[in-house]
Design a binder for this molecule. Structure first.
Ligand code: C2E
Ligand code: MG
Ligand code: MG
Ligand code: MG
Length: 284
């Protein structure tokens, strides 16, 4: 009987694997068409200055409007895009889209920064940085409106050449952020020597802030470390007012999270910031 059950489990297991494999290949095939078929969208999540309540910018987060599955979140396809190399096309699309969003903001007189995520695989292409410059230049967008986010693990693996390119872009006005800080293995000496403006705390550091003294001790130390190397501290996935209050008291500069707003498509984002600006003005 046990054997039977084991056999059944085995059957179920390989069936599940086959399904996963199939859906993976399906995803891969469909993903190749996502850019040419115009299925990708950018959602914007506001970043808010904790001291003034002002909206300082937004992060661009990709969404895939899959013809059968509906809206897919990036964690379900970005890793596959990275493994297959499709991330190069998707990454180019994100840069182009970011430039067009910023061109619109500029026309409207909005002086905010837009951050977007960059996968390490995108840096494999030798002309990544020159094409990025050209894209923003063509749209008349100054690099001071642009922020590039690299995950902590990606940043620690960057080659010296990549670091020099990043430093050059930064000297031309772009901001550089480390994403998901506190999950990877950080070399503190390297962190100090990196061309960096902001460090984004990983959500795992934020979630128990209001319930655990130990979590607060750890985050306070991390905040001091980041400020000590001269960077601005950004907390993301901040969900409660209590978490925001604790982060403010700790000296965290900027937050992003459901407590203020979820990622929104452009029309909704535009409407949201109008109300938020009015609120910031009334607070100031
Ligand atoms: P990330 O860059 O760390 O983005 C933050 C994630 O936290 C986003 O998930 C955002 O929707 C989510 N989030 C925001 N506020 C809250 C909150 O209050 N609570 C919780 N629990 N979560 C919150 P999303 O949009 O699903 O993106 C997931 C990841 O996918 C991103 O993590 C980023 O690593 C990657 N990604 C997104 N867009 C791109 C892209 O254009 N290129 C690349 N290479 N990766 C991207
Ligand atoms: Mg990010
Ligand atoms: Mg490289
Ligand atoms: Mg993050």
């Amino acid at each position: 009987r046990a054997k039977q059950r084991g056999g059944g489990q085995h059957y179920l297991f390989s069936d599940k694997l086959a399904l996963e494999h199939q859906s993976r290949i399906e995803i891969e095939t469909a993903l190749t068409d996502a850019v040419p078929r115009d299925q990708l969208r950018i959602a914007l999540q506001p970043q808010v200055n904790l001291a003034t309540g002002e909206v300082t910018g937004a992060e661009a987060l990709i969404r895939w409007h899959h013809p059968r599955d509906g809206i897919r979140s990036p964690s379900s396809f970005i890793p596959i895009a990275e493994q297959t190399g499709i991330i190069a096309e998707i990454g180019d699309w994100v840069v182009t889209e970011a430039a067009s969003i910023l061109a619109g903001w500029q026309r409207d007189g909005i002086k905010r920064r837009l951050a977007f995520n960059v996968s390490p695989r995108q840096l494999d292409r030798v002309d990544f940085f020159s094409r990025l410059r050209q894209t923003f230049f063509d749209q008349g967008v100054p690099l001071s409106m642009v922020e590039l986010e690299f995950t902590e693990s990606a940043a620690m693996q960057c080659s010296e050449g990549d670091l020099a390119e990043i430093a050059a872009l930064r000297s031309e006005g772009a901001s550089i952020a480390i994403d998901d800080f506190g999950t990877g293995y950080s070399n503190i000496a390297r962190l100090r020597s990196m061309p960096l403006d902001r460090v984004k705390l990983d959500p795992s550091l934020i979630s128990d802030l209001d319930s655990s003294e130990q979590a607060r001790v750890v985050v306070q130390a991390v905040v001091e470390l980041i400020k000590g190397v001269g960077c601005e501290v950004v907390a993301e996935a901040v969900e409660t007012v209590a978490q925001a209050d604790i982060l403010r008291a700790m000296g965290c500069h900027t937050i992003q999270g459901y407590v203020f707003a979820e990622p929104m498509y452009q029309d909704e984002y535009q409407a949201w910031t109008v109300g938020a600006d009015r609120h910031a003005r009334s607070v100031a």
